[in-house]
Write a protein that binds this ligand. Sequence first.
Ligand SMILES: Cc1cc2nc3c(=O)[nH]c(=O)nc-3n(C[C@H](O)[C@H](O)[C@H](O)COP(=O)(O)OP(=O)(O)OC[C@H]3O[C@@H](n4cnc5c(N)ncnc54)[C@H](O)[C@@H]3O)c2cc1C
Length: 297
Amino acid sequence: MTKILSQWGLGPALAKISHKCTSFKMRNEVTGADPIEGTVTLRGGDVVKADVIVAADGHDSIMRPLVTGEEESVDELPGQRYLSLAFQVPTDALREDEELASLTDPLVWYLWVGDGYIFHGNLVVGEQDFTDIETPKTRKKRGRKGEAGHPLVPGSRHSTALSIEDAQTLGRLFSHIQHKSQLPQFLNAYEEIRQPRVSATQEYEQRQFGMFSAPAGPPMIQRDAMMRAALAYEDWEHMDEDTFKMVWGNELALMGHDAGEQVDDWWTQWRSFFEGKERARQRDSIQIPVLQPASYD
Ligand SMILES: Cc1cc2nc3c(=O)[nH]c(=O)nc-3n(C[C@H](O)[C@H](O)[C@H](O)COP(=O)(O)OP(=O)(O)OC[C@H]3O[C@@H](n4cnc5c(N)ncnc54)[C@H](O)[C@@H]3O)c2cc1C
């Protein structure tokens, strides 16, 4: 995601807010951290101290075990295991091919489903490339957290969205902090707000993946029947309500999520509590000058 953000202008955006931060340490590898002390160790030995450490070091996060207390790698969990292949084809190469030229419609997401695998693709990066993901199921593995906090099934369509929502949630929550003693409560709020959303998305992705890559048999027949019902309509504007809900209901509920709104709702509920506590803290910390006894000499 760092690459995507760089394309979107991460560098200039950081430069713009640099006056609000002590410093940005670019291209520094983190080799360890002490969450109790609030320190991060960089390769080379420097130790950086902070009030909060946000670990966003991706799928192979070295920080995850410090938070979860588990040493296991997300790739070594028992359950289902998938092989996911991702590649990009220059759109021009497709356009030059008579049979493949039809794949260059920017409004279409192409999907091929088979016996235990799914193959899908669409135009990306200003329509210069067509990206494909092929995901045959190879053996059992239980899908669990993805990326640093919540790894998803490879090829999931909501991974990046979840990461951006995480950042938005944290940013908006922290904009309400008035004193650093409130940090633990706001971090708890972050968990409380994000956990249900992340779990629901993980379950949705697992379900979708299971359905689309179903091996030959009853689940595949059921899926094909549903897809045929959906394709019987020219477009979704003419779909009857029941079919629309069956095909797109869950997807729309997932896409309609507004992470900022979730924080606003939470803040509406808790604002007076936090502001009252902060007023009390300020009152208690006011230094009342002690009058010196008058001298009667
Ligand atoms: C081939 C492929 C195709 C994908 N397609 C899609 C898609 O179509 N849609 C979608 O939503 N998602 C897609 N994803 C998933 C998406 O890329 C991730 O969900 C997203 O990048 C996660 O963002 P992140 O910031 O959590 O982690 P990352 O993007 O992995 O960023 C982690 C950053 O931390 C840095 N880092 C790691 N360790 C350390 C360390 N010790 N010290 C310092 N820095 C460190 C890394 O250099 C990196 O810059 C795809 C992923 C892959 C691999």
